[in-house]
Every structure is written in C-alpha cells, then in structure tokens.
Design a protein around this ligand. Sequence first.
Ligand code: EPS
Length: 388
Amino acid sequence: MLRFLTAGESHGPELVAVVEGAPAGFEIDLAKINADLARRQKGYGRGGRMLIEKDEARPVSGIRFGRTLGSPVTFIIVNRDFKNWEKRMSADPRDRGEAKVVTRPRPGHADLAGVLKYNLDDIRDILERASARETTARVAIGSFAKQLLAPFGIDILGYVVSIGATIAKVPADMSIAELRRATEESQVRVADSAAERAIIEEIDGCKKTGDTLGGVVEVVATGLPVGLGSHVQWDRKLDGRIGGALMSLQAAKGVEFGIGFEAARVRGSALHDEIGFDAAERRFTRHSNNSGGTEGGMSTGEPLRVRVAFKPLSTLMQPLKSVDIRTKQEAEGTIERSDVCAIPAAAVIAEAVVAFELAGAFLEKFGGDSLTEIERNYKGYLEQVRNF
Ligand code: EPS
C-alpha cells in the first residue's frame, strides 16, 4: 500500500514528506520534483512569502543513484523564512516570552475550532499547521508519484477553470500537451488570454479592497488503464479516494467528476456515455466522457476529469468581525501576511494529489516490489483486456 505523511509548520525550520510503499527500481529525477515545487510557487496574486522561499526537495531516504530502493522515501524542504521566525517558532520553552500571541480568530480559518479543540491559547499553534504551506510537501510527494506512473504513459495536468466570476474557455479539441503549454505560460494557469486579463484585473481590484478570491481547478489524467479502483468496497472506489484526497486540501469546498453536479439536472439518456467497439484496435470506446473517466468506482480507460472548488482565502487585509478569545470582546480577525488568490497554485497542488491517488490505485492493481514485476503484471493485464 502506498501511503504518506507530511509534517512541519509554515514558519518552522523544515517541511517533511515521507512516502511508504513505493516499489524499487523507478527512476526519480529530482529536477522534475523541484520544477513542480517551482510551479506551485507561481501565480499572479501570491503574497510576499513566495519571494522569500525557493522550495527545493532534499531526498534523505529511499533513493540511491536516482532510483527507488523500495524503502520509505523522505523529502525535506527548508522554510527559508524560518530565520525570521526562529524565536517565535522555537521548540525551546525558554523562548515562550517571544511568542507574540495571536488571539483574534479569522472567520473561515481553522483558528477558532482549532484552539477550542486542542485547548491552546495562542492561535498561532493552530494556524501554523493549518497553513497551505503544507501543500509544498504534498506537491513533492505528488511529483514523485507522477514518476511512478510515467513509465506506463500516464500523464496528469492541473489547470485553472475559473477565478472569481471569470470562467476560462478551453477549446474542446485541445490535447493535454497543448493545454500544458498554454497554461504553463499563463500567469494564472488558464488557456484563455482574455480570461487571464479579466482575472488579473479582478485580483488587482481585490488587492486594493483587502479582499480575496477563490476559484475552480480541473485535473485531467490520460493513459489510464480500465479497472483502477473497485466497485466491491466503499474505500476502494477510485472516485471516492480521489474526491476525499482533494477535499482534504486547504480551502477546498467541493469536488465534481466529469459533468459533475450538472449530471443531476439532465436525463439519463443525455448523460451516460454510450459504448462502442473499435474492431481494429480491439478495444471498447465511448462516444462521450460525461462520467469524467470513472464508473462504479473504477477507471473506464477514458481521461479522468475532476474539478475542485476552492473558497477565497480567509485572511482578509480588510478583516471581518470576530471575537478576541482572551477578552471575549468584539474584535477584527487577525491580519497575517497572505495571498489575494492562490488558485493557480491550487491547480498544481490538486494535480499532485490526484497523481498520488492514481499511483496508489495503480500499484494496488499491478502489485509487486519492483518496476520489472509491475511491468510484467501491467503488460499481462493489457493483453487480457485486449483478448477479452
Ligand atoms: C503559503 C505560505 C504562506 C501563505 C499561504 C500559502 O506563507 P505566509 O503565511 O508566511 O505568508 O502565503 O498560506 C495561506 C494563505 C494560509 O492561509 O495559510 C504557501 O507556501 O503556499
């Protein structure tokens, strides 16, 4: 079973990512992981923190001479900003007086529920771990997972569908390679330059008024074999696993596959993807992909399409009403340095999360402790499906 843990506070010394269950013999290119970390740092609308950081994953276990060993893989990412927080984030009890205690919870953040649940009197004890900085570790893990899937021709891309009120158009016939080229060049990860201009304008407007913006991102994965995940048990359903993982992202508010909630508003006859058979290639085909690539909790072999809606960030420079947890008097939510909009980064993060879940389901299906063993199982299965 492929699993992972992350650790680390936003302004602590380091972030840590541990992946367990990766088989041996996979080539891991660290430069690709660092390129994904750099993609996560980009995007119009980010705050000052991204000017301080230059996220880089340092492997400290599980990889030797660029190949996985089958043992736990650990990446460490240094928080450069820690040098500005050493006393405030110190593990040493003698530094407690340096804390600058935070007592005004931000509506929408983990602040209030967190201090009540953990019985802590400094909101910083909660916000440090609730911070979306944690997604740096998840992107390193997801990028690693993409390299477990790459030998099998599986390609995954996250991009922005909408920010605030602006919806970006994606030409229906655009390939994943073209979409990658267009969205990588965009400052807000959209494939529509008119929408890009409107979004940048909206971000600028929000910055002026001390407000924030949410949005929707889509992840598409191609090259998946039919039959990842399973209908037989709730926790083995591919869409359930991917949906749950995406909902665990900071600020995520909803997930939909294929045409998503729209499916509830159309007739079954207009929704379901009719089945054909390509005799030359000996494979079943679909006339549409409204399902988003899963049926019965299993991949159909069509591209996986999943969308995540993120709420606007809860740190507002023009704060909302709150209550001081110490005095119980009305107060304004705390102002922390933050972003106006982090949706372009959220697309990279969602891509990483989907990659990890797909890698987990892939390894469960094709098993084995080494790349050689998995390749054998994979090839045998594809042949079995072709000869069905
Ligand atoms: C983030 C780092 C954070 C924020 C942002 C995401 O850095 P800092 O708190 O030092 O500015 O920029 O996190 C939030 C908006 C949040 O609410 O936690 C990052 O690395 O992505």
